[in-house]
Write a protein that binds this ligand. Structure first.
Ligand SMILES: NC(=O)c1ccc[n+]([C@@H]2O[C@H](COP(=O)([O-])OP(=O)(O)OC[C@H]3O[C@@H](n4cnc5c(N)ncnc54)[C@H](OP(=O)(O)O)[C@@H]3O)[C@@H](O)[C@H]2O)c1
Length: 305
């Protein structure tokens, strides 16, 4: 890439939550880049193109789709879904990115310490080490638990927030903030961000504390349903969210267990990454809840926000 050229940034997962927000944030970025969205779904690619957006077909399970998708790409946002397949998917696309001359990889990982033992954290750390061995400049993103999990695995049930970690807290981060950081890193490029890891945790809350914030923010009688990981297992089908592949889902139970029994106490911290990188405060749960009131409560509740 020449100094006066605009970087071409390929965003994986652009039909999903994080990738979609990153693509939108990149388009709004003051640092001009060309944003290319990737999807394994041909109809989605065609829809984006009809909207005038650059888009390519890329299936992380089919390496034959990689060379065409990576043609002319300077920077890659690499993420996978909630699946153990992230290991072979990341390995093969990193190989293809090296072959295609990609100059920067920004990877979406988790809030681990490099010595994680819970499986999906360990997979993410394997992927990071593989990226580091590829010779391509990299930045690793380490977000803590998404506030958006309140719309999926931690969704309210009859006004109760399920919390299968006893009284243990975890770190929370809004995907808006994660996406804003990712977009800034991708837009500014390896000269500023190569070799760095960004750990993101806005606030530290357990179930009772999070439910209190939701109750006050939404003015609804929300309480916490405090459980142990074993209690969650006994709930049966609710223990494994449908959007997660089975091995990944089993690993999230291990994460709950390690949080509950204290092995993840080292991760019970907040960070100042958002303020430092973005020069503004992060989104806290109270404001996130107000913004997401309808999605949190459903249509049965009057919309006051
Ligand atoms: N939830 C949390 O608290 C949390 C915290 C830290 C890190 N993370 C990490 O965040 C990642 C998930 O992010 P998210 O919530 O934004 O995911 P998401 O909304 O479920 O989106 C997943 C994206 O990946 C795409 N994808 C899946 N399989 C693909 C394939 N074979 N080829 C190409 N694209 C494929 C999906 O496209 P389709 O439309 O084709 O399905 C979708 O765009 C995971 O790696 C997870 O470990 C999550």
């Amino acid at each position: 890439m020449q100094a006066n050229e605009v970087a071409r940034v390929l965003v994986l997962g652009a039909s999903g939550r994080t990738g979609g927000m990153i693509a939108a944030a990149l388009e709004a970025s003051p640092t001009g880049v060309t944003v290319v969205r990737a999807s394994r779904d041909h109809e989605t690619v065609e829809r984006w193109r009809a909207e005038g957006r650059a888009a390519v077909h890329l299936d992380l399970d089919d390496a034959r789709t990689f060379p065409a998708a990576l043609e002319g790409v300077d920077r890659l946002f690499l993420m996978a879904g909630y699946t153990v397949a992230m290991t072979h998917q990341a390995k093969t696309i990193v190989d293809a990115a090296a072959d295609a001359g990609v100059g920067f990889i920004v990877h979406l990982g988790v809030f681990g310490n490099g010595r994680s033992t819970d499986p999906h954290f360990a997979w993410h750390e394997l992927v990071e080490r593989y990226i580091e061995g590829s010779g391509i400049p990299w930045t690793h993103l380490h977000p803590h638990m998404f506030m958006e999990n309140l719309l999926t695995s931690l969704r309210l049930r009859d006004g109760r927030l399920p919390w299968p970690m006893g009284d243990k807290p975890t770190g929370w981060i809004a995907v808006d903030d994660l996406a804003a950081v990712a977009a800034k890193v991708l837009a500014e490029g390896p000269e500023i961000h190569a070799g760095k890891g960004y750990w993101m945790s806005t606030e530290l809350l357990n179930g009772v504390q999070a439910a209190d914030i939701l109750r006050q923010s939404l003015d609804q009688p929300i309480t916490a349903l405090v459980m142990t990981p074993d209690d969650l297992l006994r709930m049966g089908s609710d223990a494994a969210p449908s959007f997660m592949e089975a091995t990944y889902a089993a690993s999230t139970l291990e994460w709950l267990q390690q949080t509950y029994d204290g092995r993840l106490d080292y991760a019970a911290v907040t960070t100042s990454t958002i303020e430092e990188l973005l020069g503004r405060p992060p989104l806290h749960l109270a404001d996130w809840a107000t913004r997401n009131r309808q999605a949190l409560l459903g249509d049965s509740v009057p919309h006051t926000a």
